[in-house]
Design a protein around this ligand. Structure first.
Ligand code: CA2
Length: 147
């Protein structure tokens, strides 16, 4: 059975509390529950983690590299400037999909560029919870075709 590491970056622990017009009204626990339910339907396992700290996200990418098959990541604002997270993802060589709740291409100019996307199979943005679910499907399809 495939295992997918799901990483949520800074401030995503506050989902559901503010800015529902941008990020929706689901809490992070509700998002994780929906991802876990979809993973069950797909017969894969997910491990969900959130951190507000760049180094902790990098440590997780390193620590989990030998026990997961792929990474689904919403890097939060690190998307736009963390070469360190980009390098960690490139270093472990796992298939990665980058997801965003909001459409980063229709927001402030600083959000329109991702330094992560070139080390990812795909970037899915602007679909709320469905960004994560589509990303999960994409990774599972990719892993099953590769096997
Ligand atoms: O749209 C996304 O998923 C983002 O990755 C969310 C990040 C943002 O910095 C990216 O540009 C796009 C920020 C998440 C902030 O989450 C909040 C949660 C509750 C209240 C306010 C912000």
């Amino acid at each position: 059975m495939f295992t997918i590491l799901v990483l949520h970056g800074p401030n995503l622990n506050l989902l559901g509390e503010r800015e529902p017009a941008i990020y929706g009204s689901l809490t992070l626990d509700e998002i994780n529950a929906a991802i876990t339910a979809e993973a069950k339907r797909l017969a894969v396992t997910v491990e969900n983690h959130q951190s507000n700290h760049e180094g902790l996200l990098i440590d997780l990418i390193h620590e989990k590299r030998k026990c997961v098959d792929a990474i689904l990541i919403n890097p939060g604002a690190y998307t736009h400037y963390s070469y360190a997270i980009r390098d960690a993802l490139a270093a472990v060589g796992l298939p990665v999909v980058e997801v965003h709740l909001s459409d980063i291409h229709k927001r402030e100019s600083f959000r329109r560029h991702s330094v992560i996307s070139d080390v990812c199979l795909s970037q899915i943005s602007g679909k709320g919870l469905n960004s994560y679910l589509e990303g999960l499907h994409l990774l599972v399809d990719y892993l099953r075709k590769k096997r």
